[in-house]
Ligand binder design. Structure first.
Ligand code: GLU
Length: 487
């Protein structure tokens, strides 16, 4: 174990998730801010697993976490998967370290053993509740004499270790975004640092680890603000310099409520599954709190690194606007090359057991690239290509053009289309030939193109008729026109 490591001068940030099996979008946001602060300051970004709450632990969680970060193309300079100079990086492998520091704190008077039984604590809480008092430990064991403590230990009484909070005055802490924040000592609880089973709480383990791992900046959600004075008092009790704390603003949904599973997806894995691209998710999450001076909304990873400034992080709640995420995702989908997009779309067909060859996939990709918002949309989007939907013949009618007149126009188009040679079966050529034909017949574009589009797609809304005809191929195009003539 390496708990005497000297602090390096370099900037070091960490992502410290609990192994719950899924990556919450809010946690990813904290991680990304850490990553980009580290990158923009030429520092290191490391991974630490906070697994002291074993109730929440899920098997294979580390692997899943690493897989999602690898998909995001974010890597860690150190961590449980690759080691490093400040390991171990899993908290349950660091228990001896926490015990050593807890003991030190008890000796120097910053903490004390509490032997209160859970029964006593429950009764105390019930009484506080009845009196409408905030739940606080009544400090019954704070001033036990050495003799009393020794006797209890000898008797095998279980104990926890609690932090000694100041009894009066104020605790002043400083957040990088909010400046000084004052907490009144009377609101601070002598909270538990080490539980009776020897496992540390988050409040204790994270401070010890952040110090020993030479962390220079902590990025975490502002739900941790109430813990902030406890953390700072611990640093002070050890005589350590605290890292800089950056409490990121709350993330709210569009209606102003908390992000919750009931209103939509909260896990990055869900977004990946639906076909959001990692570029879009990163771009979206970094704007949950950061407002670049020039109001730029679309930022590549390099642009984020080059422009990111801690001072530009806001404190008012960030709004999780899925429409904005869709917009960004659409943008990044359009930026893909055809081959890249084909490779991204193929798995969705495989998952649905839809047989598709590369030629067909290529055509669908061309049709979809400008139109889908997320990759999973491809299945619904392309369904009409595989099978003509059963539509009502009245859909062929267009403005003043009746269904019958539409069918007459389709009959004329059919004759033209049947004569188009295979080698001219390209979007542009079809467009030129059909427009020329309409002009020759003194027709209105809509009177021909609407019925043709409906005949080919069976849908009220779809891509244009030339693209669909190209994607369907000549034979199927003819079949679908004939079927419209029978409606
Ligand atoms: N383990 C904590 C969590 O998962 C980390 C909070 C922090 O970054 O300090 O919420």
């Amino acid at each position: 174990m390496n708990d005497n490591k000297k602090k390096e001068s370099g900037v070091r940030l960490r992502f410290a998730p609990s192994p719950t099996g899924f990556l919450h979008i809010g946690n990813l946001r904290s991680a990304l801010f850490g990553y980009f602060i580290a990158k923009s300051l030429g520092g290191k970004f490391i991974l630490r697993l906070e697994d002291t709450d074993q109730k929440r632990e899920v098997a294979g969680a580390l692997e899943k976490l690493l897989a999602i970060f690898s998909w995001l193309d974010i890597d860690f300079a150190e961590g449980p998967h690759k080691g490093g100079d400040y390991g171990p990086y899993i908290q349950t492998e660091r228990l001896e370290i926490y015990h050593k520091y807890a003991k030190e704190l008890v000796v120097n008077g910053g903490a004390y053993r509490c032997f209160c039984t859970s029964k006593r604590l429950e009764e105390m809480r019930a009484e506080q509740q009845a009196k409408k008092l905030p739940p606080r430990y009544d400090r019954c064991c704070r001033d036990l004499s050495t003799a009393e403590i020794e006797k209890k230990i000898k008797n095998g009484e279980e104990f926890v270790i609690r932090q000694k909070m100041p009894l009066s005055g104020e605790v002043i802490v400083s957040d990088e975004l909010r400046g000084e924040i004052k907490f009144s000592a009377k609101d601070l609880d002598d909270h538990v640092l080490i539980k009776s089973n020897g496992v540390p709480t988050y409040q204790f383990a994270s401070v010890i680890d952040d110090h020993l791992m030479a962390i220079t900046h902590v990025t975490r959600g502002d739900e941790w603000l109430p813990s902030f004075p406890k953390n700072i008092l611990l640093y002070q009790a050890f005589g350590w310099q605290a890292p800089k704390f950056v409490h990121l603003p709350l993330i709210l949904n569009k209606t102003g409520g908390k992000l919750s599973k009931r209103q939509g997806d909260v896990y990055v894995e869900d977004y990946k599954q639906k076909g959001y691209l990692s570029e879009a998710i990163i771009n979206f999450c970094i704007l949950l709190g950061w407002h670049p001076k020039n109001d730029q909304e679309i930022l590549s990873r390099q642009e984020i690194i080059a422009n990111f400034k801690l001072e530009e992080i806001g404190v008012s709640p960030a709004i999780f606007d899925e429409e904005k995420l869709d917009y960004l995702n659409g943008y990044y989908i359009r930026k893909k090359t055809k081959t890249e997009l084909m490779d991204l779309l193929r798995p969705y067909f495989i998952a649905e057991k839809i047989k598709i060859d590369d030629k067909q996939l290529e055509k669908i990709t061309v049709l979809a690239q400008e139109r889908i918002k997320k990759l999973a949309d491809i299945i619904d989007f392309s369904a009409f290509i595989f099978k003509l939907p059963d539509y009502d013949g009245e859909l062929l009618a267009w403005k003043k053009l009746s269904k019958e007149e539409a069918q007459t126009n389709l009959q004329l188009l059919l004759k033209l289309i049947e004569k188009i040679p295979d080698k001219q079966w390209e979007i542009k050529e079809l467009e030129t030939l059909i427009f020329a034909f309409i002009t020759e017949n003194n027709g209105k574009n809509g009177d021909f193109l609407w019925p043709l589009r409906v005949a080919l797609s069976g849908l009220k809304n779809s891509p244009g008729p030339f693209e669909i005809a190209w994607a369907l191929g000549k034979e199927e195009t003819i079949n679908r026109i004939k079927s419209a003539l029978n409606k």
